[in-house]
Design a protein around this ligand. Structure first.
Ligand code: B12
Ligand code: SF4
Ligand code: SF4
Length: 372
């Protein structure tokens, strides 16, 4: 006998989830919106979304008998995450990689359900990793409402919610839609530093800092580097400005959060310059288990160069001069850009131009020198 809905909720809370709701195993009209979004090219180089487009939009491809979604959310709100000498990290990446911690939680729930008699293999689970439209499933179950930022916001806990779900063959009593809406507010659209929220509920991923600093391999488009400001990894601006942030309860201090959500030691020890010069050994030993690994080591170093350039910090010039000789051309190119912003009279630029052969890096060096 599968557990009662009440017991199911208790099991989910015991796994550390803050919200649990039951809803249809179907994304509804957002499936069409998702396909349209892909066809417009707004996913940029998120190739896995294109590859899985039919799977994502069609629940009948997820499991044999999709009848309900057990939608789960974890509140990860709290103070800003800042490196010791500047540089900001999106709050979701503060602690241990949530794909692991939340993923383990949903998988344990599935095992429990299987032990209670739900046939093995009949439940699919996801947290970011599976091909589900998680926001649509969560909103339909009543975890929160679909906001203009495109996020799912809980009227009680706010916008800092990570989502996870079990797609099940169980007949569960569906919860009602969460109350709340954006009303006439447009703060997130107005505050987005790159104008990535092109219309209510619609994000052009190619412009979102979460894409350019995490998902994008290669160069960050030049017009998006200055708007990146202090963001080293991801961006929280559309969540920070939201009036639903911290509504109803105070943000938990680091020590009061579950262990997986406490600040990772790497974020407390490395400075931007330390990251710019991060080697493979440190990357593999000290950054393991963080969501930041997704950016790749050279991607993170590229981001550090942009932030240092934006901070116009002359003490970073020496390190940036060294990374003009880095084996990675993207790191060299972004280092040239950063030096051009901090001090275009730096002789390191001239020296680099005499030996540089990569046309993209040469162009960046020339552009930096033109700022003299
Ligand atoms: C690809 C992706 C991204 C891309 C694209 C984001 C986007 N808005 O499309 C990038 C890399 C930019 C990104 C950024 C972020 N992401 Co992301 N991302 C995903 C992923 C893997 C797929 C999302 C997707 O399919 N996007 C395509 C669009 C069309 O779908 P959608 O984002 O779900 O948006 C819905 C609405 O916009 C609605 N919709 C679309 N058009 C219209 C029009 C109207 C009129 C209406 C009413 C609705 C509507 O339909 C969609 C489906 O419900 C999901 C995990 C998953 N499997 O779902 C996580 C996920 C959406 N991301 C998440 C997070 C936390 C973030 C960031 C906050 C991270 C950060 N701080 O840096 C930012 C937020 C940026 C933003 N404003 O959306 C969480 C969101 C949790 C929540 N409470 O909403 C998810 C669910 C991961 C998770 N398991 O927790 N992300
Ligand atoms: S995460 Fe930042 S860049 Fe992306 S939509 Fe939100 S405010 Fe804009
Ligand atoms: S900032 Fe305003 S418009 Fe944006 S998600 Fe929050 S309530 Fe909605």
């Amino acid at each position: 006998m599968p557990p009662s809905p009440e017991i199911l909720r208790e099991m989910a809370f015991a796994e550390g989830f803050d919200l649990v709701a039951f809803g249809p195993a179907d994304p509804g009209p957002d499936a069409e919106r998702f396909l349209h979004w892909l066809d417009e090219g707004l996913a940029g180089e998120l190739h896995y979304l294109h590859r899985n487009r039919d799977l994502i939009a069609r629940p009948e491809n997820w499991i044999a008998s999709p009848r309900s979604t057990i939608a789960l959310a974890q509140d990860y709100g709290g103070p800003a995450v800042e490196l010791k000498e500047g540089g900001r990290v999106a709050r979701y990446a503060r602690g241990r990689d949530y794909h692991r911690s939340l993923g383990n939680g949903v998988r344990r729930l599935r095992s429990q359900l299987e032990r209670e008699g739900v046939p093995r293999g009949s439940i699919a689970v996801g947290t970011d990793s599976a091909p589900f439209l998680e926001r649509a499933l969560a909103a339909r179950a009543g975890i929160g409402f679909l906001a203009k930022s495109a996020g799912v916001i809980s009227p009680t806990l706010g916008p800092y919610l990570l989502l996870a779900e079990l797609i099940t063959p169980l007949e569960l009593p569906f919860d009602s839609a969460a109350p709340g809406s954006c009303g006439t507010c447009t703060r997130c659209i107005d505050a987005c530093p790159t104008d990535a929220i092109i219309a209510p509920h619609r994000v052009d991923a190619r412009r979102c800092l979460s894409y350019t600093t995490i998902e994008l391999r290669g160069s960050i488009p030049e017009e998006l580097r200055e708007p990146q400001g202090d963001w080293l990894f991801g961006c929280d601006v559309c969540l920070e400005v939201c009036p639903f942030t911290n509504r109803g309860r105070a943000a938990a201090s680091d020590a009061a959060r579950p262990a997986d959500l406490q600040t990772h030691p790497a974020l407390e020890t490395f400075s931007l310059v330390g990251i710019l010069e991060l080697d493979d050994a440190d990357w593999n030993s000290r950054w393991t288990g963080t969501a930041i690994r997704r950016a790749t080591r050279n991607g993170l170093r590229r981001n550090a160069a942009v932030v240092l350039g934006n901070r116009r910090d002359p003490t970073a010039l020496e390190a940036l001069g060294r990374t003009l000789e880095d084996p990675n051309p993207v790191v060299r190119e972004h280092s040239a850009w950063a030096i051009g912003r901090i001090d275009p009279s730096s002789p390191a630029l001239d020296r680099a131009l005499t030996r540089e052969e990569n046309p993209l890096v040469r162009a960046a060096l020339a552009a930096a020198l033109e700022r003299r």
